[in-house]
Design a protein around this ligand. Structure first.
Ligand SMILES: *[C@@H]1O[C@H](CO)[C@@H](O)[C@H](O)[C@H]1NC(C)=O
Ligand SMILES: *[C@@H]1O[C@H](CO)[C@@H](O)[C@H](O)[C@H]1NC(C)=O
Ligand SMILES: *[C@@H]1O[C@H](CO)[C@@H](O)[C@H](O)[C@H]1NC(C)=O
Ligand SMILES: *[C@@H]1O[C@H](CO)[C@@H](O)[C@H](O)[C@H]1NC(C)=O
Ligand SMILES: *[C@@H]1O[C@H](CO)[C@@H](O)[C@H](O)[C@H]1NC(C)=O
Ligand SMILES: *[C@@H]1O[C@H](CO)[C@@H](O)[C@H](O)[C@H]1NC(C)=O
Length: 381
């Protein structure tokens, strides 16, 4: 009797662990970055061995037909993207990203608002992804910005998921992966994302936890992509992650974004070079944005001072009246450790071409591998 009991207990435990193992191994880690042709960074220069997923940006939404299209300029590069990045890493998976920050946002709102145009979008997105060899689709609608738009966004995601599942079934191919780049927080200026539709429909979301401070919208210096805000009053990556989880999205569907670029301001007074320093506008480029590779060059050329702030997890460097807020090695490594320790799916960067000979991408990949994952007790058990 007692031996029967212990055998059935062992069977039970074995079964439990096999389920646990299967459910965790089915969740692929995400170490990702975005590439876009305007960066002029050759696809052949991407060290894809440092990534599990690469996002090719952007396909367009035609506001007349509601179809997803790739411009004729981008077509040759996009159609070769997957085979090119798979040369160095045959298992890397690729996404076609649709939209982006400078896309016509009202075209997305209009498309998502009715069933016929949603179907045009969905069917064409699948066609374009398949015909160009991508493994997944990524929606970068920045941002659904009213309750109605959020609700339509949710409907779109549900229909999209059903369609990619049906297409996989009817073609006997692996299902296209679905992701979306979303606001760093679950609340977009008090309009909430449709978290249940996101959780049920997307493989994960890319949290754009950057652009918090920049000369275009902040007259004082600030950390562009702080992980923490000690005052808890402003934006931060951690505040965004906590908001999404409190809103109901499992941590395992969150991918934390960080920038491989910074913002340069012109200081009003070169003696005041900390955060919250008064400025007179952007420096170095029209909007102040500057890639990490160029920041390293600026530092060397100007003998600029470098400061890592471990409270916010961000770096800045300054010389004369130029002040640059950015993420250097230590910030990136700290963010990657944070993501792994909090049970997030992974991390991504924008954008791969801004790195300095893959330095930060390599540091991020190593930091992820070297960090022990927190044992997460999943809700379904
Ligand atoms: C794309 O790949 C094809 C076949 O490998 C090649 O002939 C073509 O030159 C490539 N196009 C570009 C733009 O790299
Ligand atoms: C943007 O999309 C809206 C809605 O579809 C459309 O009316 C408008 O013409 C588009 N604007 C541009 C510049 O294409
Ligand atoms: C899968 O495909 C089969 C045959 O094509 C069909 O009978 C079935 O309904 C499909 N299932 C789903 C979930 O689409
Ligand atoms: C780091 O940033 C915080 C928040 O702005 C600030 O209070 C603190 O003094 C900074 N620490 C250092 C060492 O600069
Ligand atoms: C990056 O930072 C980590 C953590 O501080 C450190 O272990 C590593 O040596 C650094 N790498 C570089 C290239 O500075
Ligand atoms: C780029 O990084 C690789 C690997 O660390 C190194 O071997 C190579 O010398 C670097 N190239 C340059 C130009 O710094």
């Amino acid at each position: 009797m007692s031996s029967t009991k212990s055998i059935s207990l062992i069977v039970c435990i074995t079964f439990f662990f096999s389920i646990l193992f299967r459910s965790s191994s089915a969740q692929t880690v995400v170490k990702a970055s975005y590439w876009f042709p305007e960066s002029e960074f050759p696809v052949t220069d991407i060290d894809s061995s440092l990534f599990t997923h690469l996002f090719c940006a952007f396909a367009n939404l035609n506001s007349q037909t509601n179809q997803v299209t790739v411009s004729t300029t981008n077509q040759p590069k996009f159609s070769n993207f997957t085979q090119t990045v798979q040369r160095r890493n045959p298992s890397v998976q690729t996404f076609l990203s649709i939209g982006g920050g400078i896309a016509n946002q009202s075209a997305f709102a209009s498309m998502a608002s009715n069933p016929t145009s949603r179907k045009s979008f969905i069917d064409s997105s699948i066609r374009v992804a398949r015909s160009n060899g991508f493994h997944g689709l990524d929606l970068d609608w920045e941002y659904p910005s009213s309750a109605a738009e959020m609700s339509n966004f949710g409907t779109l995601l549900r229909e999209w998921r059903l369609s990619v599942a049906a297409e996989a079934n009817s073609t006997a191919r692996p299902r296209l992966l679905l992701a979306a780049a979303v606001f760093y927080s679950y609340s977009y200026y008090s309009v909430l994302y449709p978290v249940q539709a996101v959780a049920n429909s997307l493989d994960w979301v890319n949290l754009m936890a950057y652009d918090f401070y920049g000369p275009g919208w902040s007259t004082v210096t600030g950390p562009p992509a702080a992980l923490f805000d000690p005052s808890n009053a402003g934006p931060s990556g951690d505040a965004g992650v906590r908001a999404w989880i409190q809103g109901g999205l499992p941590a395992s569907q969150l991918v934390l974004g960080f920038p491989l670029y910074g913002y340069a301001w012109r200081l009003a007074n070169s003696n005041i070079n900390s955060y919250s320093a008064a400025t007179t506008g952007p420096a170095i480029s029209p909007d102040g944005s500057i890639g990490y590779g160029q920041i390293k060059k600026f530092i060397v050329d100007n003998g600029a001072r470098m400061v890592y702030n471990s409270t916010v997890v961000g770096d800045y460097s300054y010389a004369g009246t130029t002040w640059i807020g950015y993420d250097d090695n230590q910030s990136i490594v700290t963010k990657v450790r944070y993501a792994k320790q909090r049970g997030l799916r992974g991390y991504f960067s924008w954008h791969v071409g801004a790195d300095d000979n893959s330095t930060l991408s390599r540091a991020a990949s190593r930091a992820w591998d070297a960090t022990a994952a927190t044992t997460v007790i999943r809700r379904k058990f």
